[in-house]
Design a protein. Structure first.
Length: 221
């Protein structure tokens, strides 16, 4: 029975890696569409969200089968429970990549009011967080999970920079306002993706230690 359970758990890990790769791809599509003002890529990113939603359902079904058929205890139970929590955040990352691309479609024929510098850096940082949070789950790597949690500060700082720059442009010329607001919204979506990656990493901490990282921080603060 243990051998069968281990095979199923390995399958779950493979599915988590696959979903992680899908949301990384969604982020890549979204930022390419934004920077290159690529309408076809933006529409592809939006359509890709349905595949991510389907993957969430498949992983959820796998987790429920493991819980009901195998009746795992202790650490195995935490690993499966964490996966159920993580896929919710992963699915929301897919949603937000699609939201970014929806806004991009409105900007396709506009000249940008400033060169996009920090938003692509935010996209790269959040993609790194997503990748490493899933790696931490599969490898049961507590140190890597904590690094992801700490790295969220980088994304927050980039968001503050983007917001400040765009507010300055609005103050210089009110005509910059509509596009600046759209770009701030896009940056906010990337900031939220970073938050979701942090949530994923915190559930990795829970799966390893039995204590949610967010709770630990609250206790220590």
């Amino acid at each position: 029975m243990r051998s069968k359970f281990d095979r199923q758990l390995a399958k779950l890990h493979d599915m988590m890696i696959e979903m992680g790769a899908m949301i990384e791809k969604a982020i890549t599509f979204a930022i390419h569409a934004l920077v290159q003002q690529d309408e076809a890529m933006a529409k592809q990113a939006i359509a890709f969200d349905a595949d991510i939603d389907q993957m969430e359902k498949e992983i959820e079904a796998m987790c429920l089968r493991l819980l009901l058929q195998q009746q795992p205890v202790a650490r195995d139970l935490r690993v499966i429970s964490a996966a159920l929590k993580m896929i919710t955040d992963m699915e929301r990352i897919g949603d937000q990549a699609a939201d970014i691309s929806e806004i991009t479609l409105f900007l396709i024929n506009e000249t940008y009011i400033k060169k996009l510098e920090h938003i692509p850096l935010m996209a790269a940082a959040t993609s790194k967080m997503v990748t490493e949070s899933i790696d931490a789950y599969v490898k049961m790597d507590l140190e890597l999970a904590q690094q992801v949690i700490d790295y969220d500060d980088v994304v927050d700082e980039l968001f503050d920079t983007v917001k400040t720059d765009l507010i300055d442009l609005i103050q210089q010329d009110k005509a910059n306002g509509p596009q600046a607001i759209d770009l701030i919204m896009i940056a906010k979506y990337f900031e939220r993706i970073g938050d979701h990656a942090t949530n994923i990493a915190e559930w990795v901490v829970f799966s390893i230690t039995g204590r949610h990282a967010g709770e630990a921080l609250a206790i220590n603060s």
